[in-house]
Every structure is written in structure tokens, then in C-alpha cells.
Design a protein around this ligand. Structure first.
Ligand SMILES: NC(=O)c1ccc[n+]([C@@H]2O[C@H](COP(=O)([O-])OP(=O)(O)OC[C@H]3O[C@@H](n4cnc5c(N)ncnc54)[C@H](O)[C@@H]3O)[C@@H](O)[C@H]2O)c1
Length: 365
């Protein structure tokens, strides 16, 4: 693999992907990241980078800014692009969707344009080899009832502004393949968990609140179901699609680990009880971790259930998750216990674990 442009590499999945790519390929990697509240150079510390022969270059910049993107393409002439950069938190998209439209839709468009312009003047061999992989979500498909699963041919029906912005980008990726022949690929993945996830998301939020004896806010009745995948397994899937996926195709990835939010919170409390017993934690003041569970107003438009049919990527590319959910969740709790300084640093001055995303409902007509 030649030079790989990874956008959003200072975020949760991006920084895990960098670790995998640097360990398992020879690629030179250029990271383009705006370092929003969700991105941090702290997440890149310890990455292998020899100053005499740097395989990793970090560039701070905005994927929605045309001049920045075009300069990056011109200066680094990537052989592949993996686009992780996004606004990723549904609750924030409910409060204000403007950054979601700008980064997730306009940003994806600018990257596609950058790639198209590079390839328009490139020799056929380079055009053949080039790949544009856009990382997307299962949320574009909308919500499921108690049965069934999303396949690659499930029609899009996004319900949150976040999901709609991701869906918009997915359509542009498809269109650039169909219209210009850009060798583009899409991956639609279920909920990820693991190290380096910003503490606004369910699993790290619950771990940190529990350790501090703060309420564990459960939206609605806690019965919303997500399918959970360990982040390293997602990253391996992305690498497999990058190497062996067929341009113009999309691939669903999931963990076959459906859980309600309530099950997740209960399991986390039980793991914490073993790893850091509540009786020894002064913040709990005699309570157990499960006593902190607090039911709060539901998220507006909260999708009830997501589930993934991942037969295509398993069958075509031989991918399957290596981590089972129980072991992955234990490893995640241990990582957060061991990395409290990272947690403090990424939140400092930016986020106090307050409730987000209640929005203002206009009622339903
Ligand atoms: N987290 C999940 O469970 C999940 C599941 C499926 C798909 N995805 C998708 O995977 C991708 C990565 O998700 P994540 O959880 O790592 O997100 P994240 O919020 O942790 O990280 C996003 C990164 O993008 C950067 N960024 C934001 N706006 C930018 C801009 N305009 N220009 C350049 N960089 C910008 C941020 O600084 C941050 O480093 C997203 O596209 C998301 O939609 C996430």
C-alpha cells in the first residue's frame, strides 16, 4: 500500500485504526483531523513514528475546507483515503445539526472531489489501484422492530440529523462511483466500543459516572437495542474492505451482540464491582454501582433497535469479529480504569458529562 490518507484519525475509531495499520502494513499514513472536542493528540501518543523515517504525518485541518483538502491531495498524493472524520454524537445533532451537515456531508463531498481531481490526471494504473473508503453507520437504515436485520440492500430511512447527514454522504459516495467511476467503497457498521472512545458515548459515560458515584442516566425505558462490535474488529474489517473489497460495493459490519442499553449498564456495573468493588470506592458512599441507575427522559426520535446482517463481508472477505462481547467489555472497563488521565485530559474544559440532545420538540403532526 502506498500513502494512506486517514481523516478523523485523532478520534475513537480513527486512532485505533492507525494502530492497526501501522502495526500490520507498510503504508505511510497522513492523518487529517480538525481536532474538534472529539479528537485529541493524546489519543495518538505512543504510536510508532520514527522521526528519521516518519510513516505517520499529522495535519490539523478541516475536511470541509476545499483549499485544505486540495492541498493535502496535491502534497501527499494518497493511494487510498479512509474517511473517519465526522461529527458522531446523535444527541449533539439534535441540539444543533449544522456541524453535522458541514463535516459529514460537505466534508465527504470535498474529499470525494479531491480524489476525483487527483485521479482525473492520473495514469490508468494509479486509477485502478486507488481506493476511497467511506466509514459509515447502521443508523442510516432507520429503526427495526423486534426481529430482522439490516442488509446492504435495506432502504435508507435515517431518523436523526446525525443519521441523515451520514446517509447524505453515503449517497454521494455511491454517486461518485456511478458517475465518475471513482473506486469507492462503503462500510456501514454497528455501535463500536473499546479504548479511546470519548466519554459522551454510552459505555465510557457509564464507566466514568459509576466510578465517581454519579447517576447513570438511562434514556426512556432502557430497552433500546444496539449491536455492539469491539473497535479493533471494526478496524480489521475496514482494512479487509480496503484491501479486498470490490469498488462500488458496500459492506455491513456487526458484532452479532445485540444488547439493550439497560443490559449494557447492568453488565458494566457487574464488571466494575469485580474490578473496583463499590465497597472500596469512597465515591459510592455505601451504595452499589447498580443503585446509581437513573431513568431519564428519552432521546427524541430514539431508534428502537438496530441489528446487522453481516453475511456479505463474512462470505466475501472472510472477516469475522475476534472479540466476544463479554471479554471485549471487560477489556474496555480495564482500559478506562487504567487511563483516567486520558479521560480527564480529553474532557477538560470541553465536556462535563451533562445531558445533551433533549432538543425542542415541535410535536408530531
Ligand atoms: N462510534 C461508533 O460506534 C460508530 C459506528 C459506526 C460508524 N461510525 C463512524 O465512524 C467514524 C468515526 O467515528 P468515531 O466514533 O471515531 O468518531 P469521533 O467523534 O470519536 O471522532 C471523529 C474525529 O473526526 C474529527 N473531525 C470532526 N470534524 C472534522 C472535520 N471537519 N475535519 C477533520 N476532522 C474532523 C474529530 O476531531 C475526531 O478526531 C464516523 O464517521 C462515524 O460516523 C462510528
Amino acid at each position: 500500500m502506498d500513502t494512506l490518507l486517514v481523516t478523523g484519525g485523532a478520534g475513537f475509531i480513527g486512532c485505533n485504526f492507525l494502530r492497526l495499520v501501522l502495526a500490520e502494513t507498510e503504508a505511510r499514513v497522513v492523518v487529517l483531523d480538525k481536532l474538534t472536542y472529539a479528537g485529541s493528540l493524546k489519543s495518538l501518543e505512543g504510536l510508532p513514528d520514527d522521526p528519521r523515517n516518519p510513516r505517520l504525518r499529522f495535519l490539523r485541518g478541516d475536511i470541509a475546507e476545499r483549499s485544505t483538502v486540495q492541498r493535502v491531495f496535491l502534497e501527499h498524493r494518497p493511494g487510498a483515503v479512509v474517511n473517519f472524520a465526522a461529527e458522531s454524537h446523535v444527541d449533539r445533532s439534535i441540539d444543533d445539526a449544522s456541524d453535522f451537515v458541514r463535516t459529514n456531508v460537505v466534508g465527504a463531498f470535498e474529499l470525494l472531489e479531491g480524489a476525483r481531481l487527483q485521479l482525473a490526471a492520473a495514469p490508468a494504473a494509479e486509477r485502478e489501484r486507488f481506493r476511497f473508503l467511506h466509514v459509515s453507520t447502521d443508523e442510516v437504515y432507520g429503526s427495526l422492530g423486534p426481529t430482522g436485520a439490516f442488509s446492504e440492500s435495506t432502504p435508507y430511512a435515517p431518523n436523526s440529523p446525525y443519521a441523515a447527514s451520514k446517509a447524505g454522504a453515503d449517497h454521494l459516495v455511491r454517486a461518485f462511483h456511478e458517475t465518475y467511476g471513482l473506486p469507492a467503497l462503503l462500510t456501514n457498521c454497528s455501535n463500536n466500543y473499546g479504548p479511546f472512545q470519548f466519554p459522551e458515548k454510552l459505555i465510557p459515560l457509564m464507566i466514568l459516572n459509576a466510578l465517581e458515584g454519579r447517576p447513570l442516566p438511562i434514556y426512556g425505558d432502557g430497552g433500546n437495542v444496539r449491536d455492539w462490535l469491539y473497535v479493533e474488529d471494526h478496524c480489521r474489517g475496514i482494512l479487509a474492505v480496503l484491501r479486498h473489497g470490490r469498488p462500488g460495493e458496500k459492506y455491513n459490519l456487526g458484532g452479532r451482540s445485540e444488547r439493550t442499553n439497560l443490559q449494557i449498564v447492568d453488565t458494566l456495573c457487574d464488571i466494575l464491582e469485580r474490578e473496583r468493588p463499590a465497597a472500596d470506592n469512597p465515591a459510592l458512599a455505601g451504595r452499589g454501582y447498580r443503585d446509581l441507575k437513573t431513568f431519564v427522559a428519552d432521546r427524541p426520535g430514539h431508534d428502537r433497535r438496530y441489528a446487522i446482517d453481516d453475511a456479505k463481508i463474512r462470505g466475501e472477505l472472510g472477516w469475522e469479529p475476534r472479540h466476544d462481547f463479554a471479554a471485549g467489555l471487560r477489556a474496555t472497563v480495564r482500559w478506562y480504569l487504567a487511563n483516567r488521565a486520558w479521560c480527564e485530559a480529553v474532557q477538560a474544559g470541553r465536556y462535563g458529562r451533562e445531558r445533551l440532545g433533549l432538543g425542542i420538540s415541535l410535536g408530531r403532526s
